[in-house]
Design a protein around this ligand. Sequence first.
Ligand SMILES: *Cc1c(COP(=O)(O)O)cnc(C)c1O
Length: 393
Amino acid sequence: MRNKMYGEFGGQYVAESLMPTLIELDKAYHEVIKDPKFWEEYRYYMKDYVGRESPLYFAKTLSAKYGPRIYLKREDLNHTGAHKINNSIGQIMLAKRMGKTKVIAETGAGQHGVATATAAALFGLKCRVFMGAEDMRRQALNVMRMRMLGAEVVEVHSGTDTLKDATNEAIRTWAKDAEDTFYVIGSAVGPAPYPEMVKAFQRIISEEAKKQILEKEGRLPTAIVACVGGGSNAIGVFADFLDDKEVKLYGVEAAGKGLSTGEHAAAMSAKNVGIIHGMRTYLLQNPDGNIKTAYSISAGLDYPGVGPEHAHLCQTGRVTYDSVTDTEAMEALLELCKLEGIIPAIESSHALAYLPKLCKDLTKDDIVIVNLSGRGDKDVNTIANYINERGGL
Ligand SMILES: *Cc1c(COP(=O)(O)O)cnc(C)c1O
């Protein structure tokens, strides 16, 4: 069948009972993407509801500090504050076309839950969001947001009470309720066709960025940098440049407290292949073969796996993957606040923190695009704690 694998990665590693549901979804998705009316409606919501296109902003002060001409793709300015809404709206439009009346979603930090609750309210669908008990405690503000938007937040008590466990619970519920329920996955992960579908709804980032950089500079960028959790903002900003071999692409994972401490979320650092959430991919594994808990100061990067296309792009060398620590990301965050007057999400700050390393070998004639995947309002508590521990601003 179509596009189920990215080299040796991807696939549909799910229980037999879920296969008819995946086949139904795969068929509906491939029909819908051929329909120009679907994309016309999608573009309408992207423009008038999300506020696209998002600006490609020339960061003058940042450029002066690091050398090359640095542009920020401002996904932080989207409605609900990040790139995730592009995908939630796309998937919920598909759910409607399939005649589903309910959606479910998993969420860790709550950002995908909020984006999905928002899109469900917009399209009049019932929404249930699965969230680990520990995450609900840490992200009380987003729990409130989802409830205000009309969603039911289901508290998950299993494993470590976090994202991985919420995802397992969402998959179980989906297998049971698939008749009227659509599962909205929040990153470029999961069994086929999800990675491909999420990419299709996030590729608008690179379509815009390419047009914008050609207008502003008359040429393609030297390099593009994005943070990688499951990999949706990264695959979105890479998509339209993958065939432009002269454009170097960089994905930055969370090294947490440092790769050597074992407390990190850099699924591609050790190149362990395994199966998680219906896909074969690189993931964090203990020596006994069990999935290891991911750690990052950033709740949105705190995922033990990575989307299968990234695993493939890593293996083929088309994209270079590296990682930065909590401290490097937090210092880059504080720097962007002061230099450009923009408070970025901690996730996005991992891409910013890669600039010193990347720009060492570049000149002022080079062009770099950093995907600013989201805004940092949601992170102010974490940032305040970090500032306290470091002894002030
Ligand atoms: C969720 C999130 C991420 C990480 O998810 P990807 O699928 O890897 O993009 C990155 N940035 C922000 C702002 C997020 O909310």
